[in-house]
Write a protein that binds this ligand. Structure first.
Ligand code: ADP
Ligand code: MG
Length: 296
């Protein structure tokens, strides 16, 4: 289980989660990434993961909030009623594509689908859960308990988190084995890292000793900008090996991809022609290698 965390908003967490989820589920023979059954869990009440795949949030069935309620009640839970399976996610993606390109008679390209990526979506209801959890014993462990069944069903669970270090994020850190931190290449990016690494150490020593830092990834790097280079250099000085090799460039296509129904790693082909897509595939290779190294 991998949690993607940074309490700074807008640093590319959701974009990282959706692109990595897509690439690691699809796999790539060329890159030595074997396909996996992936579940993306959205812990952010803003619910942007669903939006990325074109899911109409008004049409959602039970969501993350319902799952939390079920664990709070203490009953043993089957997560399947809360999950959007690959076929259904694909239907949403195709629908979004048709909305974006109403006049194209051919329909979305055949590659416009997911085979082994599922989503446990969130919506605004989830925002009340922190208050509710705060009064409970074992409040940090609820997500871990909720996802116990899912761990047998999926090869990899990726958790997207809100822009805070509140109980939702702490639940993600308590459930996860790995932490990935995206940082935006801007002046204040490193300042908030101290607080985040402090939280990591607290969670490691108090509730989840098996949590490990998978890496830090640089996002929205403006190529050719001095600031980007400066932040990159100082991040390298501070964190050395922990910085992942691939950095993600700032690119409008990355931000626009969800309009056509998915993260850029899925919606472009051939990927080599799209620097943003290529970068996320490279990042997926980095992450894949770190996993393989750890489990070999
Ligand atoms: N590499 C990038 N280049 C340009 N825009 C990006 C890039 N990565 C993310 N964005 C956009 O920036 C905004 C914030 O990204 P997001 O992934 O939602 O961050 P977070 O989940 O950390 O709040 C979104 O509108 C997203 O589309
Ligand atoms: Mg987000």
């Amino acid at each position: 289980m991998l949690a993607v965390v940074n309490h700074k908003g807008g640093c590319g967490k959701t974009t990282t989660v959706t692109n990595l989820g897509a690439a690691l589920s699809l796999g790539s023979e060329d890159r030595g990434i074997k396909p996996r059954k992936v579940l993306i869990v959205d812990l952010d009440p803003r619910g942007n993961v669903a939006t990325t795949f074109g899911v109409d949030k008004n049409a959602l069935g039970p969501t993350m909030n319902g799952l939390f309620q079920a664990v709070i009640d203490g009953s043993r839970i089957d997560i399947n009623p809360f999950v959007i399976p690959p076929e259904q996610l694909t239907r949403w993606m195709r629908k979004a594509w048709k909305r974006q390109f109403p006049n194209r008679s051919r329909g979305p390209p055949v590659s416009h689908k997911v085979d082994s990526l599922s989503l446990l979506p969130a919506d605004l209801d989830l925002s009340g859960i922190e208050i509710e959890l705060a009064m409970r014993i074992g409040r940090e462990h609820r997500l871990r308990i909720a996802l116990e069944g899912a761990m047998e069903q999926f090869d990899l669970i990726i958790i997207d988190t809100p822009a805070s270090l509140g109980l939702l994020t702490v639940n993600a850190l308590t459930a996860a084995d790995w932490l990935l931190i995206p940082i935006q290449a801007e002046f204040y990016a490193l300042e908030s890292m101290g607080q985040l690494l402090d939280t990591l150490r607290k969670v490691q020593s108090r509730v989840n000793p098996s949590l490990k830092l998978l890496g830090i990834s640089m996002t929205m790097v403006q190529t050719g900008s001095n600031l980007g280079k400066m932040v990159g250099d100082s991040a390298l000085r501070h964190f050395g090996e922990r910085i992942l090799r691939t950095s993600i460039p700032r690119s409008v296509s990355i931000a626009e991809a969800p309009l056509s129904g998915g993260p850029i790693a899925l919606t472009t082909s051939p990927i080599e022609r799209h620097p943003g897509s290529l970068a996320y595939w490279d990042l997926a290779s980095d992450v894949n290698s770190r996993f393989e190294l750890a489990y070999s």
